[in-house]
Structures are given as structure tokens and as C-alpha cells.
Design a protein around this ligand. Structure first.
Ligand code: FNR
Length: 186
């Protein structure tokens, strides 16, 4: 049974390095794993009133896509030492209903990318905390932190083979977690 992964990028910028990384993973995994990207452009600011009365279709679609996936790859830029607001907001939508959200128990691989030599490591720490709060099954290692990303992405693709292989090795850990989970609930 083909594994279905969902990729979410915390950057909605057209030339986003983070989205370029996801796109490259998608292409490298073709034929082995089905990685679908869910763009966060249309997710409105989280409002509990809106959610209780009339959940916006974009947020409903995202919850559905997360629910139907076997695992998530979440990548974010670092904005002011944290994850992007776009991603945090999307995760707030994804976290409801509390304790039985589509993220609960979901295997999740985290990545960050930045032109800085720190590679967004502080944002990654925050993402781990946030996803743990909603009971996501965050893969412990490796931590995919891509530093100097502006020199590694060319024409919208991750062009640095070492970095791509490192990210793909992390995807293997995600797939191993998904297999373990499948065995335990089979
Ligand atoms: C940044 N950037 C940044 N980088 C970093 O390593 N640490 C940081 O704290 C910040 N803060 C920050 C705040 C804001 C508002 C912006 C717009 C940018 C730089 C950021 O890493 C860079 O713009 C990346 O290229 C953004 O990722 P995408 O859009 O290329 O995926």
C-alpha cells in the first residue's frame, strides 16, 4: 500500500526556498512515496468563533488532507527566531478539535531552511513544542536544518546533493515510523 505523505511549507512566497525543498523531495520520492503539497495561502487567521459556526473550507480541506495522510513533512523558514506566523496559524487550525485533532498520533518530520548559518534551528525547536502540544508523533531525529539555503536552491529545486540525501534519509526515518505504527495497529 503506497504511503501518502502531506507536505506543508510555512512560506507562501513564490520563490520560497522551503517550498523548493518540498518540491525536490516530492520529485525524488516519485514512484516510491506519494508526497502531496498543501499550500497554506488560503488559511485565514484562526478564530474560534468562525471555527464553531462555519469552519472555512480551506481549513476543513487541510484537516481532511492531514487526516487522510500517513505522515506529514512540515518545513518552515525562521521568522524572528520562531516558525512563520503562516505555519503557526495553520497548525492552530489543525490542532482542533482539541485532543482528537487530525494531528494526534500522526508521524511528523520537521525541517527548517534559512540563508543564515543557523538554518532556522530555533524555529525548529518551536515547531517541535507546538506539534507535541497537539500530540503529534514528531520524529526524534535527524533534525533537518538547512543552512545557507540560498546557495543550495537553484531554479526552484534543492540542487545540493548532500543536503537532498540528508533530507531523504530523514524521510526514511519517517517511513520507518509509519511502518511501525501500521504494524502496531494492524
Ligand atoms: C526572516 N529571516 C530570518 N532568518 C533566520 O535565519 N532567522 C530569523 O529569525 C529570520 N527572521 C526573519 C523575519 C522575517 C519577517 C523575514 C521575512 C525573514 C530570513 C528568512 O530565513 C529568509 O527570508 C528565508 O528565505 C525565508 O524562507 P523562504 O520564504 O525562502 O522559504
Amino acid at each position: 500500500q503506497t504511503v501518502r505523505l502531506l507536505g506543508m511549507s510555512g512560506s507562501i512566497r513564490g520563490q520560497s526556498y522551503c517550498t523548493a525543498v518540498l518540491r525536490s523531495l516530492q520529485e525524488s520520492l516519485t514512484g516510491r512515496v506519494d508526497l502531496t503539497l498543501f499550500p497554506l495561502n488560503d488559511i485565514p487567521p484562526y478564530d474560534p468563533d468562525l471555527d464553531s459556526e462555519n469552519t472555512p473550507p480551506s481549513a476543513r480541506d487541510m484537516r481532511q488532507a492531514i487526516m487522510e495522510s500517513d505522515g506529514l513533512i512540515v518545513i518552515s523558514p525562521e521568522y524572528n527566531y520562531g516558525m512563520s506566523g503562516v505555519l503557526k496559524n495553520a497548525l492552530d487550525w489543525a490542532s482542533r478539535p482539541a485532543m482528537r485533532s487530525p494531528v494526534k498520533g500522526k508521524p511528523i518530520l520537521l525541517m527548517t531552511a534559512s540563508p543564515a548559518f543557523t538554518g532556522g534551528v530555533r524555529a525548529q525547536h518551536e515547531m517541535r513544542e507546538t506539534l507535541s502540544s497537539m500530540l503529534g508523533r514528531v520524529i526524534a531525529r535527524p533534525q533537518v536544518v538547512i543552512a545557507g539555503v540560498h546557495e543550495k536552491v537553484k531554479d526552484g529545486r534543492l540542487a545540493d546533493p548532500d543536503t537532498l540525501n540528508f533530507a531523504l534519509a530523514a524521510v526514511d526515518d519517517l517511513l520507518a515510523e509509519i511502518s511501525l505504527l501500521r504494524m502496531s495497529i494492524a
